[in-house]
Design a protein around this ligand. Structure first.
Ligand code: HEM
Ligand code: HEM
Length: 195
């Protein structure tokens, strides 16, 4: 299998970026819901789950930068046969997935009240402790962290986390399965075993 995309298939790099992101999204959800549903507040496992969520989220942020750069510099495989409307919908869906891959980590980071202990290796200071927060938000906008955090948290947790990301991923995965099992085309194969 080639490193770069070909006309028929995603290459090794695009597949690695795609499936590692998918695994990290799963990990982001598992860690945050473990924290909320299966652990008592402020216990060591509760705080570990939060730190894992933050670390996984930051990793997604790094990977999405690489992914966007890669995508902009390598041609995409050709679309499977379908109507122009279906192709448009698929491309819009992919753009929406890129949007949440970018906006979720940013809103997560901006609205978090603790430092990220990145996989328990080193600290990444919370936004509130940075000079950027002080200059732009506190001095420039005259807001304290609590007021600033509210709408950001709403986007991260209530809009993106609670339903929009689920909806997009479920629709995306369902479309992939529909192509594979109903239309029986190469859409899923070009991102998996298609060589
Ligand atoms: C793509 C990456 C991310 C996804 C998919 C994601 C998803 C979520 C979800 C589903 C929730 C729970 C929402 C709810 O309460 O119903 C959440 C909460 C939260 N996220 Fe993220 N997140 C991501 C990245 C980040 C990052 C990078 C940070 C910070 C560095 C972060 C910080 C938080 C915090 C502090 C909470 C609240 C946790 C709690 O109170 O239990 N997230 N996130
Ligand atoms: C069960 C999980 C998933 C399945 C079965 C799946 C399947 C696929 C398939 C078959 C393609 C190729 C579609 C085509 O070229 O027409 C694709 C592309 C894509 N997928 Fe997924 N995917 C999954 C999870 C995710 C997740 C979690 C994200 C991001 C949040 C994502 C983002 C994308 C994007 C942006 C593309 C366009 C190609 C690119 O730029 O890399 N996928 N996916």
């Amino acid at each position: 299998m080639s490193l770069t995309n070909t006309r028929d298939n995603y290459g090794r790099v695009a597949r690695w970026l795609h499936w590692s992101t998918a695994a990290l999204f799963l990990a982001a959800y598992c860690s945050v819901y473990f924290r909320q549903w299966f652990s008592e507040k402020q216990t060591p496992e509760n705080l570990t789950a939060l730190q894992l969520h933050l670390s996984v989220g930051v990793t997604i942020a790094v990977i999405v930068v690489l992914r966007v750069l890669w995508r902009l510099n390598t041609p995409q495989p050709a679309d499977e046969p379908g109507t122009p409307l279906a192709h448009r919908a698929a491309h819009l869906g992919h753009m929406a997935l890129y949007a949440v891959m970018i906006v979720a980590p940013i809103t997560g980071y901006l609205g978090t009240g603790v430092d990220t202990d990145f996989f328990f290796l080193f600290d990444i200071p919370k936004f509130e402790s940075t000079a950027l927060f002080q200059t732009v938000v506190a001095d420039g906008m005259g807001l304290d962290f609590k007021t600033f955090e509210k709408p950001i948290d709403f986007i991260h947790k209530d809009v993106l986390g609670a339903w929009l990301i689920w909806l997009l991923i479920a629709g995306h995965a369902a479309a992939a399965l529909y192509h594979h099992f109903v239309r029986r085309d190469r859409t899923l194969l070009k991102m998996t075993s298609g060589g």
